[in-house]
Design a protein around this ligand. Structure first.
Ligand code: HGY
Ligand code: MN
Ligand code: MN
Ligand code: MN
Length: 407
């Protein structure tokens, strides 16, 4: 287990340092390539160099900290550094600093491993600044690049990326490089849901991830005067959006209890109290373990436009995420199940309702995830919290799993 000595205090110190760097109005705010994000990745590079790891940064700002082994096979762990807006403290960051802690502890106890141990801090996972998810792990694992995208302020992905990467790659003793894919990848992450707390298990061993699709929807009506336009002569984009959203919500419930349907973002234009909204844009996030259910739901999205009473209202859907359900490596999972028992940790096998970089790395390398409980099942919110004892248990299991693979 992680000793109560300065090792744990070091983890907490590193954790607090990065949390301080990223506090927003109420929660964490480390949008990819933002100053907070650059400061956090720079702090991680410093932490890695302080313990003698070699540091690589690739052209998307993924940070790689290596403990070189006797041969060049790589056993990797890691997670992501970006957050949602006003997010929690643990989503992503726990897996990055927990992975560093595990590698640091193994180095202290066992010295040079047979295989290289790598910590990866992926640049972006959430899709909370640009309309794309997993851009960092897709660049590393799939060699995929991002096409032209701009954020809400009109800043291009390319401009934000090149400026931020230039800063990181110009730090002392940083090698500008995208290393090869690993022989295995294990991501330590909070569950972000209520199941471990409900079942009173300390550890979640993740067998796979549900399918996920995201759309941006544009509803085009006609702006007009709020006081002089008769109710039967309006083309109110917001009323149309509300009608569509509530009928889609109803349809999602009818299709399956396990189909999650979320409208997280909604913008009204011109967003003025005495003007009938002319344009409304909103997002849809839909997830389910069965791609067929998502297909049926997607068909219903396309038909809601025709259900609108006002034919003058135009609706445009643009899907920007379509990820099918994924199954993780069973050998790594069974190995972790055994190790958890040996460590006296209670565990359960489960799927993930949240997306993760592991979804991408799993396409090229044997991958598994280790979950720890989220108090109250809360995540993507400032009161996201995990008990220190649970944080330690997750790191101890990760450490033993990496030791079994790399030494
Ligand atoms: O949205 C998700 O599922 C993840 O937290 N990015
Ligand atoms: Mn995450
Ligand atoms: Mn997240
Ligand atoms: Mn993730």
């Amino acid at each position: 287990m992680i000793r109560e000595t300065n090792e744990w205090l070091t983890f907490e110190r590193r954790f607090q340092q990065i949390i301080q760097l990223s506090n927003h109005t109420v929660g964490q705010n480390r949008l990819v390539y933002s100053p907070n994000w650059i400061a956090a990745q720079s702090a991680l590079i410093r932490f890695g160099q302080q313990i003698g790891l070699t540091v690589m940064v690739d052209n998307y700002g993924n940070v790689y900290l290596d403990l070189p082994g006797k041969d060049d096979q790589v056993i990797a762990t890691g997670s992501h550094m970006d957050t949602v807006i006003d997010g929690g403290k643990y989503d992503g960051l726990y897996g990055v600093l927990g992975g560093l802690q595990a590698i640091n502890a193994l180095k202290n106890r066992l010295g040079t491993p047979q295989h290289t141990l790598r910590l990866i801090s992926f640049s972006e996972e959430e899709g909370s600044r640009f309309n794309i998810t997993f851009s960092g792990s897709k660049y590393y694992a799939l060699h995929q690049s991002v096409t032209a995208l701009t954020d809400a302020d009109g800043i291009s992905f390319e401009q934000a990326r090149s400026q931020a990467v230039k800063q990181l790659q110009s730090l002392p003793n940083v090698i500008a490089k995208r290393p090869a894919i690993p022989a295995s990848f294990t991501e330590l992450h909070i569950e972000q849901g209520p199941r471990l707390i409900t079942s009173h298990d300390q550890i979640g061993l993740v067998s796979g991830i549900v399918g996920q699709r995201r759309w941006t929807v544009t509803v085009q009506g006609e702006s007009n005067h709020a006081g002089t336009t008769p109710m039967n002569e309006r083309h109110d984009a917001l009323q149309a959006a509300v009608t569509m959203i509530s009928s889609l919500n109803q349809h999602a419930h009818q299709l399956s209890d396990n189909l999650t349907f979320t409208v997280g973002q909604l913008n009204v234009s011109p967003n003025t109290s005495n003007v009938i909204p002319g344009t409304v844009t909103f997002t849809i996030d839909a997830r389910h373990a069965d791609d067929h259910v998502l297909d049926v739901f997607e068909q219903s999205i396309n038909t809601t436009e025709h259900q609108l009473a006002d034919s003058q209202i135009k609706v445009h859907f643009k899907r920007y995420v379509k990820d099918s359900p994924a199954t993780f490596d069973t050998t790594l999972l069974s190995q972790n199940e055994l190790i958890a028992q040996q460590l006296g940790l209670t565990s359960r096998v489960m799927t993930s309702g949240a997306g993760h970089d592991s979804y991408v790395v799993n396409q090229v390398s044997p991958t598994t995830m280790i979950f720890v409980p989220s108090e109250g099942g809360i995540s993507h919110a400032p009161n996201e919290f995990t008990q220190p004892a649970d944080l330690k248990a997750g790191i101890a299991l990760l450490m033993a799993s990496l030791q079994a693979q790399a030494y």
